[in-house]
Write a protein that binds this ligand. Structure first.
Ligand code: 13P
Length: 252
C-alpha cells in the first residue's frame, strides 16, 4: 500500500480574517479534482472558524497550530482538543521548532500534546529537527532519535493515518536554505527505520513523514520524489495562493 502524500500549509501568525478567507478559498479551488493527495491548512486560532466555513464540504483538511491535552480547565492561553474538533479541525501541529525554541516547550510537554490530540481524535503532526549547531556537531541523528522517541513515548498507533511526523531542520525554516533532497531523505530514512523498531512494521511503513523548511514551488518536486518523503509542511510559500497551488500540484 502506498502512502498518500500530504501537503500542509502552516500559516503561523499571519492573516487577517479577510486574508484567511481569501487564501482558504484559493486553496479549495486549487484542490478541485485532486484525489491522489491530501491537503491541509493550519490558520491561526483566530481564523479557524472563518476558514472552517470556507473549507466545509471540500477535501481541504483543517488543522490547528497547537493543542492542549486536557479536556478543559484552568489552562490560560491553551485550546482543548474538543474545542478544535467543534470547529472542524481534524489535525494539529505539535512540537514545532518555534514552540520549542521561542516558547520553551520540551519533549515531555510535546508528548502530552501528542497523547491529548490522539485521545480526542485529532491527528497530531509531530515536528522535530536539528539546529545548525547540532548538524555541524554531528549530532543530527541523535537529536532526531531523541525527539521522536520522546514525542512518541507511550503512544500506541493503531491506525497509521492517525499519526503524522514532520522533519523540519531548524536551519532550513524561514531561511530560504532548503535541505538537499539527499540530506532530507537521509533523515527521513533514519526516522522510518526508527519507527520500524518502535511499531508494528505494517504500521510504521504506512506512517507519513513530511519535510518542512523552505519548501517552495521550485524544490517541491525533487523533495517529494524521495522514497521516504511523504509530503511537505510549508510555511512562507503557503501564504501565497499561486505558490501553494503549484506545491499542491507537485509532480513526482
Ligand atoms: P518555511 O516554509 O517558511 O521555511 O517554514 C517551514 C515551517 O516551519 C512549516 O511548519
Amino acid at each position: 500500500m502506498q502512502r498518500i502524500p500530504l501537503i500542509a500549509g502552516n500559516w503561523k501568525m499571519y492573516t487577517s480574517l479577510a486574508e484567511a478567507r481569501a487564501l482558504a478559498g484559493a486553496v479549495v479551488s486549487a484542490c478541485k479534482g485532486l484525489s491522489d493527495r491530501e491537503v491541509m491548512i493550519a490558520p491561526p486560532f483566530t481564523a479557524l472558524a472563518t476558514v472552517a466555513e470556507v473549507v466545509k464540504g471540500s477535501q481541504v483538511r483543517l488543522a490547528a497550530q497547537n493543542v492542549c491535552w486536557e479536556e478543559q480547565g484552568a489552562f490560560t492561553g491553551e485550546i482543548a482538543p474538543g474545542m478544535l474538533r467543534e470547529l472542524g479541525c481534524s489535525m494539529a501541529i505539535v512540537g514545532h521548532s518555534e514552540r520549542r525554541q521561542i516558547f520553551g516547550e520540551n519533549d515531555a510537554l510535546i508528548n502530552q500534546r501528542v497523547a491529548g490530540a490522539l485521545r480526542f481524535g485529532i491527528t497530531p503532526i509531530l515536528c522535530f529537527g536539528e539546529t545548525l549547531a547540532e548538524r555541524e556537531g554531528g549530532q543530527t541523528m541523535a537529536v532526531l532519535e531523541r525527539q521522536v522517541r520522546a514525542g512518541l513515548a507511550g503512544i500506541s498507533v493503531g491506525e497509521p493515518a492517525s499519526m503524522v511526523l514532520a522533519y523540519e531542520p531548524v536551519w532550513a525554516i524561514g531561511t530560504g536554505k532548503t535541505a538537499t533532497e539527499e540530506q532530507a531523505q537521509e533523515a527521513h530514512e533514519f526516522v522510518r527505520n526508527l519507527l520500524l523498531s518502535m511499531y508494528e512494521k505494517s504500521i510504521a511503513r504506512q506512517m507519513r513523514i513530511l519535510y518542512g523548511g523552505s519548501v517552495n514551488s521550485g524544490n517541491v518536486d525533487a523533495l517529494l520524489r524521495q522514497p521516504d518523503i511523504d509530503g511537505a509542511l510549508v510555511g512562507g510559500a503557503s501564504l501565497k495562493a499561486d505558490s501553494f497551488e503549484r506545491i499542491i500540484h507537485f509532480r513526482q
